[in-house]
Write a protein that binds this ligand. Structure first.
Ligand code: 0O2
Length: 221
């Protein structure tokens, strides 16, 4: 009796984490299709690169503990939305929103939450677009809707967030005020850099367009 129960628990736990891996694979495929389609069909690819990760059991437990939630698979499912996480690094801010829309519009994707930390950066300066979505995963005997967190940001935003993450942990979650201000200033510089690069990109795009038009005129005459 006990052995059967134990076996069942083990199967449940394995299945619990496995579905997040499947969901991650599904969303990764979606992103790769978009990326490949952009490189085959359009002459511009907005995706610089992407990465994905499954939250480790230790991190899940830590988060459950921090949020003061009682341990159960259902509680984990309902409260930890970033067990499966994907990060997409885009070239420009406008690409972030365009890509976010493309993902949201897909029929089998259900948008659960959208946090725009670009329009409303966190007080420390953190910028990113976060989408929490649910995707259907088809198993041998059932279909499960699984949460995936998608973070979309530019290279500059990612540069800042990666280093901030390191510094934050290095200082054991307590940064002196002066450094916090400097960190915020660095985030503002990153945002200014993004704006400048996008402006240059748009101007060159416009130049190319008028050059192409000129070429067309000469071809006709
Ligand atoms: P890790 O190590 O990346 O997994 P939640 O805590 O997720 O239940 P919350 O706080 O409303 O709810 O979620 P939010 O704000 O959308 O943030 C979730 C994730 O965004 C974090 O996951 C980080 O990856 C990233 N993030 C949010 N704020 C910051 C920040 O100030 N600096 C950096 N570098 N990353 C940030 P985890 O689980 O906290 O961390």
């Amino acid at each position: 009796e006990n052995l059967t129960q134990l076996k069942q628990m083990r199967t449940e736990l394995t299945r619990f984490t496995a579905v997040y891996k499947f969901a991650l694979d599904e969303v990764n495929t979606k992103i790769n299709i978009l990326k490949d389609e952009f490189s085959y069909i359009h002459d511009y690819n907005p995706i610089e690169h992407c990465s994905s990760r499954l939250k480790s059991p230790e991190s899940i437990l830590k988060k459950i503990y921090k949020k003061n939630i009682e341990f159960s698979l259902d509680n984990i499912k309902d409260n930890i939305k970033d067990i499966a996480g994907i990060r997409i690094i885009c070239s420009f801010k406008s690409d972030i929103y365009a890509l976010g829309e493309m993902i949201q519009k897909q029929k089998d994707i259900e948008l659960i939450e959208r946090k725009d930390y670009i329009k409303n950066p966190k007080p420390n300066g953190y910028q990113s677009l976060h989408l929490i979505v649910k995707v259907p995963v088809f198993l041998s005997d059932r279909e499960e809707k699984v949460c995936v967190e998608i973070q979309i940001r530019t290279i500059a935003m990612d540069f800042w967030a990666s280093l901030e993450h390191k510094i934050y942990y290095k200082y054991d979650k307590e940064i002196p005020n002066r450094l916090a201000n400097e960190l915020k200033e660095a985030a503002d510089s990153a945002a200014a850099l993004d704006e400048k690069m996008e402006m240059i990109h748009n101007e060159v795009k416009e130049l190319k367009r008028s050059n192409d038009q000129l070429d067309e005129v000469f071809d006709v005459s």
